[in-house]
Design a protein around this ligand. Structure first.
Ligand code: PMP
Length: 410
């Protein structure tokens, strides 16, 4: 064991909760959001109590201290992703806003009617609808990489989608439904071989494995703070300076300008050009604490622990009659997310009854309707793991599923 699981769980007070006054909480909805360790909440409380002041604009002591914290957080993110420069780290509200920013600003700068963007069949709605909004306005086209029956990207079909109108690729690193870990470095290599940049939706990968943007060589990468033990309302867009420099601002307001007159406005340098208005400078501190927290445990240790849990869960779940697990069964390409269905039991019934046993899972289409349709189902139940989950919790899930199944047999 690479970290002390018991001690780590103590850092998350919510894990000690009892549900319906009876059952210990078994929280397996980490793909939706993760719980927060003390160090995140305490640092944010401390900042509100003792530092709070608006950043960047003040000459006074508190404002400068708040600014230092905010910019130190940006540096923490830079280090975490191994970006070349802090200018490449933009704070947003989350993955959704990060993708929308690229869709809007990249298209405005580099795309014309009839140009194409490649996405995949396993995208979250955030990475579909953002492009569709631009499509409506600009007449661009969406091309879709199909998935195989195993739940992996069809790489041959991907290569075949490129043509002289392809301007950008936007794909997820890890599917939030199937758990599939896509071969991002290979996706990037192929895109670049066609001189096309690529955005990686890392919402479901960054919390689980080391992600190095220079090693991947991706052009943009998006993730959310709340899925990596940080606060809600903050996320990151990494973008290579060479692209961001040539893109127009996303929103107008304070902070993103150099000079303003009614006739003409000039924009601020990176990263501020994309950060209009007062940023959530307390959340950036929380995010930095969360990244420090996972770094201190070791991303490789977190990955190893979660892979072991995923492997164990798949083995145990497969002993249940009528169990169907979606996505690849090889844990080397299957991250800490397991989507399943049992016999004819509706996913909503399964989720609701598991909840009555204190087990939190997600049900439904998981904001990926095209993928759910491709799987030929109406929805699935999804258990997703985090660094603090245990084998005992997997056992509780398996026992819970069996109990629900028995209820339906009588
Ligand atoms: N992409 C993926 C793959 C996701 O799983 C999610 C969250 N479910 C998002 C994007 C959107 O993240 P957020 O709601 O934090 O913006």
């Amino acid at each position: 064991m690479m970290y002390d699981l018991k001690a780590v769980r103590k850092e998350f007070p919510i894990l000690e909760r009892t549900i319906y006054k009876k059952y210990p909480l078994v929280y397996l909805d980490n793909g939706a959001t993760t719980q927060k360790p003390r160090q995140v909440v305490e640092a944010m409380t401390e900042e509100y109590y003792n530092v709070n002041a608006n950043v960047h604009r003040g000459v006074h002591f508190l404002s400068q201290q708040a600014t230092d914290l905010h910019e130190a957080a940006r540096e923490t993110v830079r280090r975490f992703l191994n970006a070349r420069s802090a200018n490449e780290i933009l704070f947003t509200r989350g993955t959704t806003e990060s993708i929308n920013l690229v869709a809007q600003c990249f298209c405005q700068a580099f795309m014309q009617e009839g140009d194409e963007v490649i996405v995949s069949e396993m995208e979250h709605h955030a990475n579909i609808v953002s492009w569709q909004l631009v499509r409506q306005r600009m007449g661009i086209r969406l091309r879709v990489i199909p998935i195989t029956d195993e739940g992996t990207l069809d790489m041959q079909a991907y290569e075949a989608l490129f043509n002289e109108r392809t301007r950008i690729v936007s794909v997820t690193h890890v599917s939030n439904v199937l758990g599939t870990v896509n071969p991002v470095a290979e996706l990037v290599r192929i895109a670049h071989a066609h001189n096309v940049p690529i955005l990686v939706d890392a919402a479901q990968s960054v919390p689980h494995m080391a992600v190095d943007v220079q090693a991947l060589d991706c052009d943009f990468l998006a993730f959310s703070g709340h899925k990596i033990y940080g606060p809600t309302g903050i996320g990151v867009l990494y973008g290579k300076e060479s692209w961001l420099d040539r893109m127009p601002p996303y929103m107008g307001g304070g902070e993103m300008i150099k000079n303003v007159s009614f006739e003409h406005t000039t924009f601020n340098a990176l990263p501020y050009k994309f950060e209009a208005g007062t940023p959530d400078y307390v959340a950036s501190t929380g995010l930095a604490q969360a990244l420090d927290f996972v770094t201190s445990l070791g991303m490789d240790n977190i990955l190893a622990h979660e892979q072991e849990l995923t492997r164990y869960a798949m083995e145990q779940m497969q002993t249940i009659e009528g169990m169907r697990i979606y996505g690849p069964h090889d844990v080397n390409i299957h991250d800490a997310v397991i989507s399943f269905q049992v016999g004819q039991i509706h996913h909503l019934d399964m989720g609701t009854l598991l909840d009555r046993l204190g087990i939190a899972v997600r049900t439904g289409h998981h904001c990926a309707e095209p993928l759910i349709r491709r799987l030929g189902v109406e929805g699935t139940c999804r258990a997703s793991f985090a660094l603090y989950n245990t084998k005992d919790e997997v056992d509780a899930l398996v026992a819970g599923i069996k109990r629900v199944q028995q209820m339906f047999q009588h």
